[in-house]
Design a protein. Structure first.
Length: 290
């Protein structure tokens, strides 16, 4: 069995909705205009509503409300539009996972939080172009959802083994399946024709030094995961499990980012404040729980 074999058994996840595909095509086409992109989004009422709700959230904190899709695109740019469109679509694509395997409300809160942390980590070096880091953090664990849906009994066994043994789940997955859920997630995003800059860090999120072309992005995601695990945002108290000065993450990744515990703590705190607002747009039912 390979990651491709698992995905082949779930036809509905093999491609993005037509509107999202068309938006991606237009963004990548040199001659396309903002008006054309806006028109495609505007014809999908649900997609338009989610996009406008997100650009009017604390994620952007614009001083005045944004009322039209065209205005939103002109303000945030096409790369961020791609990120928001794919993010909102991906959340809706994974409904119906067995709740005995995963609490989806907690899953998406952790995922949003991880995406916000990744975006903020990237912002410490770059002022722009950090939207892909949010999407990578948001989608870093979607491979688990695919495994849960495709192999529920085996997934339950692996989860139980990880809980009782203390062995990292990714190691158990590799021993049991021959690959990890991170490999499955990367394969899915590659099938969705998303850029390598996004799916390669997801594949190497546990070992960022192994990333061939995007080690910086993989390091950002790796550290964002570590902060998320340390902070446990799905707990309503959002208490830390340990000191962020001693974060259980790759020394090489931490050195590449060059951030200390105080900076990581500030980022973790800011992401916690923003996470429910963003979650309320991407998954309103999940946000209502918290």
């Amino acid at each position: 069995m390979t990651p491709a074999d698992i995905l082949d058994g779930i036809d509905r996840l093999g491609s993005l909705p037509e509107a999202v595909v068309r938006v991606n095509q237009l963004i990548d086409a040199p001659g396309s205009s903002l008006a054309e992109i806006g028109e495609v989004i505007a014809h999908d009422a649900a997609l338009s509503a989610r996009l406008l709700r997100l650009v009017n959230s604390a994620f952007y904190s614009f001083p005045a409300a944004i009322g039209t899709v065209s205005r939103a695109i002109s303000l945030i740019g096409t790369d961020e539009v791609r990120t928001l469109v794919v993010a909102s679509t991906a959340v809706s694509a994974f409904a119906g996972i067995d709740t005995r395997l995963v609490d989806m409300n907690a899953f998406w809160l952790r995922s949003v939080y991880c995406g916000l942390v990744a975006r903020k980590l990237a912002t410490t070096r770059f002022r722009r172009g950090t939207e892909a880091h949010f999407l990578g953090g948001l989608l870093h664990d979607v491979g688990k959802l695919v495994v849960f849906r495709r192999l529920p009994e085996r997934a339950a066994m692996m989860l139980a083994q990880a809980e009782t043994s203390g062995v990292p789940l990714c190691r158990i997955e590799r021993e049991s399946l021959g690959f990890t859920s991170a490999d499955v997630g990367a394969e899915l995003l590659e099938r969705w024709k998303l850029p390598r800059q996004l799916w390669e860090p997801i594949r190497f999120q546990h070992a960022p030094e192994a990333a061939q072309t995007h080690p910086w992005e993989a390091s950002v995601l790796h550290v964002a995961r570590a902060v998320t695990n340390q902070f446990e945002p799905e707990l309503k108290t959002a208490e830390r499990k340990g000191d962020l000065d001693d974060l259980p993450a790759s020394a090489a990744a931490l050195a590449m980012l060059g951030l200390g515990g105080e900076q990581l703590g500030a980022i973790a705190f800011e992401a916690n404040i923003e996470s429910l607002d963003v979650l309320g747009v991407l998954s309103p039912s999940a946000a209502a729980i918290w």
